[in-house]
Design a binder for this molecule. Sequence first.
Ligand SMILES: Nc1nc2c(ncn2[C@@H]2O[C@H](COP(=O)(O)OP(=O)(O)O)[C@@H](O)[C@H]2O)c(=O)[nH]1
Ligand SMILES: [Mg+2]
Length: 335
Amino acid sequence: MDLIDRLLRGDRRALARAISQVENGDPQARDILRRLYSYTGRAHIIGVTGAPGSGKSTLVNALAQEYRAHRITVGVVAVDPTSPFTGGALLGDRVRMRDLAGDTGVFIRSMASRGCLGGLARTTAEVVLLLDAAGFQRILVETVGVGQAEVEIARAAHTTLVVQAPGMGDEVQAIKAGILEIADIFVINKADQDGVERTEAALRMTLEVSELPSHHGRRQTIAKAQVPSRDWIPPILRTISTRREGAAALMDAIEQHAAYLHESGRWREREHLRAAFGLQELLREELIARLMAQLPPELIEAQVQQMITRTIDPYTAVNALLAAASPLAAVEANK
Ligand SMILES: Nc1nc2c(ncn2[C@@H]2O[C@H](COP(=O)(O)OP(=O)(O)O)[C@@H](O)[C@H]2O)c(=O)[nH]1
Ligand SMILES: [Mg+2]
């Protein structure tokens, strides 16, 4: 039986191998993803984002156990910026290993954020596809919550959890622009620690009067209460992940969000966005790769040299390179 068939039957070794191939940018990976794509689209993808140390890994572990208690299978992708590519698992991962060891209904993969060929967001999305094809019903994606790639990964989820912890400095600061807009559920973890009330109050205040851009380019202040009732209002939940407290309520909220997405038609909308975004990314990458394959490095260097001496401007340089590459590419995009 080949790798694809084994992976579709949930064979863990086949899945692990396919993931490695995706991470390493193996030429076979693309073929695997091509053949598996029609078997994907069944999993509920849940992004978990927040500052380092807020307890995301511990929370994911607690959630995974909660799902397993309900016989729901779980795949976990942890995007870890600190561990080296082949490196050792962090504390959170070791805790996960211990609690979930030997359970075939769980599959955990930590990925280093540096060294991924083809970009972190795409590699993560591809690993999620593999877990989806392997039949995992929920896929938890843990990211750090800083930087554009992290926001993109969270955006690729159906449901995004934003995790905060008390006593981690300026709470309002932690709720960065962009994070607020991607949050479907807020989790205040470490609810056993001092300052949990203050953290929640700060979060509520930010949510109640949140600034949203209007359609006319002006910024408009609207109260969340004015949002039509069919819309989802992100709940704020407290957890103590180290004791698994609040995990059941969090799982319920996630399931409610999935139900909301289906009933409101938003699931379809998100799938449409995900597909359109994925297509655009791939197209961009593919175009660049094909273009670079056609252009001699000396020609590019010559443009750079002329730019340095201000003999030409970058726009003219780009046009010259595109003209040299192919008749199709020579057509200026904005003419
Ligand atoms: N007191 C307390 N500590 C927690 C809780 N959740 C996680 N931690 C601890 O916080 C530290 C960081 O947790 P981790 O899950 O690795 O955070 P991450 O960096 O966001 O993934 C670890 O020492 C955890 O044991 C909690 O609910 N209460
Ligand atoms: Mg972690």
